[in-house]
Each structure stands twice: as structure tokens, then as C-alpha cells.
Design a binder for this molecule. Structure first.
Ligand SMILES: [Zn+2]
Length: 402
């Protein structure tokens, strides 16, 4: 199928939009993106006119737990119930404009396979397996269970203690289809048994994890709240930081020098204190996180750190997928321009999915993963924050919405 799309084009390469633009899609790839040029249009092309709308790359969420503990809670107790909930959730992500996801949960690989085979509708998925954590750490969700039982039951966390355990734990994620490795370097807001400033793995454990990931040709990213654990992770070879709530000058300097990206999750960080029905321990931690996170991202902006959008959304009342595009707006609250936020949520996410040669920008030769949004996000970034504003979604040249 061939398409010609007319409208404002944001390609995530240039710093400005092309106001009178055009995108031609041939099969699964983009043939042309740029100024409108009617001489290139042929009779066999289906025409879509975005009117005052904007054609831009599909959104990429670089921090997702597709099969989260919430998907279990809302659907009963079994992992299979949760998985079936996720099938519905994936459709809602596409509906909101999301065409790529970096996942950190148990079923990332089979979900990726099902999407690629066309069995279910969903964004492209880069699976990372479960999130590696020490026991009594950020992913120790149920201390009534033994560590062994927790590892059998948890959909998002995997506990390991000591270097040998770490080696086995990383290899287990690769067995489960991980294409990158995610660890918890510090405590966090959502965990009951630790503090946000806690350092979790030992240096030796971290080096084992990083070394094993390197042997598999990939990288380690770290959940980082407190400063000490963030610095430790950076010094032990972690090459991507999630949240980065309490970055200091030293963290920023290392990230700048080694081109280490930072993943946002700012809608949650800035909005936690206003969320409903959170347990008391979480509310106490949430209040302290907001100002720190804004400060970290202001520093990262000034230093020119590569930033990718991630949401940590779980499609619950507090974090509905319908409004997942709010993350673009949240980044602008920390001093980023709308165009910078759009690049963070498209091309920079593709980089962390390790697919930036294929997706993330509108350029000739790339896969046609794109959305048409009503209005101009450079004037009002909030147009990206509601699925109702996303009129068309295309993945690999196939129209999956609109
Ligand atoms: Zn997370």
C-alpha cells in the first residue's frame, strides 16, 4: 500500500517543523518526508490530509513495565490473567500514539513475538526481562514470600544476592529474551522495605552484572533515586539512568563525558504527591521527589545530556495509557522546549531500544512508524497528552488507527 500524507511535518531530525509538508509511505517504509512536492505523487497513492494537524514519528516509551504488578491486581491473581490484560493495554498504547516500548517485565519477549507475528495489536517492543534487585531492595514487593517464591511469582522484579546469584540472574533474563538489563541501584518511592537513598548492590555485584551484559553485547540501565547509588552505578559501568531523581554535579559530569542517557518518568515524579489511594509510606517519599527530579532535569538540560521519555505508567486510574503523552508536557515543565521533548519521546527512545537505524525519525528509508495529531504540538505540547487527539497511527506502513 502507498500513502501520501499532507500536513505539518516534524521529523525529529531538524529543529523546526516543515509547515507545508508531505510524507510518502511505500509498503512498510518511508519513501519521502519533507516539503510538499506534488510531482512525486502518483495515482496509486492513498491520500490523507492532516489539515492543521501534524505528522510526526510515533511515540516511544522507554520505561514501561507492560506486565506490572497492577495488571495482576486488576484482573485476579494469576500471571495469565495479567498477561491477557496486557493484550488489551497494548491496544490502548497504540491508540494513544505509542509505537515503540522498552519493556521491563516478565512477558516482554512473548508479547514482542505476538505483535511481530500480527497476532495482537501493539507497539514494537524491546524486552529487558525483569528488573534485577537485591532482596530487601526496590523490587522486593512481598517479604512474606521466600526469595525463591518471590522470584517464581513476581512479574516485574527478580531478586539476587551475591556475585554468583547476580551472574545467574542476568543470564536468566537473557533466557527470558532480554535485549538489555535493568537493575535497581537505589531504593525507591514504590518500595516498602527501603529508603530512596539506600545503595543496594555492592560494587562487586554491579561489575558482575555489567560484565555479563557486555558479553551479551548489550547494556545495563539502573533505576536511580538517591545520589550515592547513582554515582556508584555510573562508576561500576552502568550506561543508562532511569529517573535520576537526585543527580549532582559529579553524576552529570560522568554522564556527559560518557554520553549516558537519562530516562524521564517525570509525570509520575511530579504528580505522585497528587495521586490518589497511594499507601502512606509512598506518600511520604513522594513529596520529597518532585523538587529533586525537576532540579536533576534542569541540570541535565544545561549539560546537554541525551534524555529519553519514559513513563512508568501502568494503565491505572493514576496513570492511564489514554494520557501517556502527558510525559512530553512534563519534560517541558523542567525547561525543555516542545521540540526537545518530542525528540526525547521519539528518536532518543529509539536509540535506547537499539533501533534508531530503523525507527524514531521520519526519514526516507526508515520504517513508517508515525502518528498524525490534531493541532501543533510546538504551540501546545498538551495536544500529545490525549488519545482523542491522535487521529492516525501507522506502524510499519500499516494504519492501525484512523
Ligand atoms: Zn519503573
Amino acid at each position: 500500500m502507498k500513502y501520501v500524507l499532507y500536513g505539518r511535518v516534524i521529523d525529529s531530525v531538524k529543529d523546526e517543523a516543515v509547515e507545508n509538508g508531505m510524507v510518502i509511505v511505500d509498503g512498510e517504509r518511508i519513501l519521502y518526508a519533507g516539503e510538499r512536492n506534488d510531482e512525486m505523487v502518483t495515482d496509486d497513492m492513498q491520500v490523507r490530509d492532516a489539515g492543521n494537524g501534524t505528522i510526526m514519528p510515533g511515540f516511544i516509551d522507554a520505561h514501561a513495565h507492560l506486565t506490572g504488578e497492577e495488571s495482576r491486581n486488576s484482573s485476579g491473581t494469576s500471571a495469565f490473567d495479567a498477561l491477557l490484560t496486557v493484550v488489551k493495554d497494548l491496544g490502548e498504547l497504540v491508540d494513544a500514539g505509542v509505537t515503540g516500548v522498552r519493556d521491563m517485565s516478565l512477558f516482554g519477549k512473548p508479547l514482542k513475538n505476538a505483535v511481530e507475528k500480527g497476532n495482537i495489536l501493539g507497539p514494537r517492543i524491546t524486552p529487558g526481562g525483569r528488573v534485577l534487585s537485591v532482596s530487601a531492595g526496590h523490587c522486593d514487593f512481598d517479604t512474606d514470600l521466600s526469595v525463591k517464591e518471590a522470584n517464581e511469582k513476581s512479574l516485574t522484579g527478580y531478586l539476587m544476592d551475591g556475585p554468583e546469584d547476580c551472574l545467574r540472574g542476568v543470564r536468566q533474563q537473557f533466557r527470558d529474551g532480554a535485549e538489555f538489563i535493568k537493575i535497581c541501584a537505589t531504593g525507591g518511592v514504590s518500595s516498602a522495605v527501603d529508603n530512596i537513598n539506600d545503595v543496594q548492590f555492592s560494587d562487586e555485584e554491579l561489575r558482575v552484572i555489567v560484565g555479563e551484559a557486555a558479553r551479551h553485547g548489550t547494556y545495563v540501565t539502573a533505576h536511580c533515586t538517591g545520589t550515592a547509588g547513582t554515582l556508584q552505578a555510573l562508576k561500576c559501568g552502568v550506561t543508562c539512568i532511569e529517573h535520576g531523581v537526585m543527580l549532582d554535579e559529579e553524576c552529570i559530569a560522568i554522564m556527559k563525558e560518557k554520553d549516558i542517557p537519562l530516562v524521564t518518568t517525570l509525570s509520575v515524579a511530579l504528580g505522585l504527591a497528587d495521586m490518589k489511594n497511594l499507601p502512606d509510606f509512598m506518600m511520604k517519599k513522594a513529596v520529597s521527589v518532585k523538587e529533586s527530579a525537576m532540579n536533576s532535569f534542569r541540570m541535565a538540560h544545561e549539560a546537554g545530556i541525551r534524555v529519553a521519555l519514559g513513563t512508568d505508567y501502568s494503565n491505572t486510574g493514576n496513570t492511564p495509557f489514554k494520557h501517556i503523552g502527558k510525559e512530553f508536557y512534563s519534560l517541558t515543565r523542567c525547561g525543555y522546549t516542545p521540540m526537545e521533548a518530542i525528540k526525547a519521546g521519539t528518536v532518543n527512545g529509539a536509540y535506547l531500544m537499539r533501533k534508531d537505524q530503523e525507527i524514531g525519525t521520519l526519514e526516507a528509508g526508515k520504517l513508517a512508524d508515525l502518528v498524525i495529531v490534531n493541532g501543533n504540538p510546538l504551540e501546545d505540547i498538551l495536544v500529545l497528552a490525549d488519545a482523542d487527539n491522535i487521529s492516525t497511527v501507522m506502524i510499519g506502513g500499516k494504519i492501525v488507527k484512523g
